[in-house]
Design a protein. Structure first.
Length: 142
């Protein structure tokens, strides 16, 4: 298991053809890799959550392109791609009284690992809990 803190941007967008393509092009032009993406659509607007593999000032890049966004810290958790791994992570966080606010991820058939992106209310405590889980040590005190 590998855990790291990364940035997620919640980008507010119109729900119309080409909007997501414009967002994807923006990061492609800057050479920024997208680690994860999820969306929610309501009527004529949408919210795209996007996790990036970059230390670039993505907030500034988004603003200059006319996108409104909110930056938050999330956890990127790489797991062995086998049944029960997500349960171990979510059980550890639940036992530590950590509330998960957003989760998304995927695996690829035949891959040995999968990535889960998790937003929580207390990222530092959640990180410590998952680091302890990964090392086989005791969970930090609640």
């Amino acid at each position: 298991m590998r855990i790291e803190k990364i940035k997620q941007f919640s980008v507010f967008m119109p729900n119309k053809p080409g909007a997501l393509s414009r967002l994807a092009a923006l990061f492609a032009e800057q050479g920024i890799n997208i680690l994860g993406i999820a969306s929610e659509v309501r009527d004529d607007s949408g919210l795209v959550r996007i996790a990036l593999d970059s230390d670039a000032d993505a907030s500034s890049i988004l603003s200059k392109a006319g996108f409104s966004s909110v930056e938050t810290g999330i956890l990127s958790v790489e797991l062995d791609d086998r049944p029960g791994q997500l349960k171990l992570v979510t059980d550890a966080l639940a036992e530590g009284k950590i509330n998960i606010t957003t989760v998304y991820g995927t695996s690829v058939a035949g891959a040995k690992t999968s990535r889960v992106l998790i937003a929580v209310q207390n990222i530092d405590k959640a990180f410590a809990i998952l680091e302890a889980l990964a090392s086989g040590g005791p969970a930090p005190a609640a």
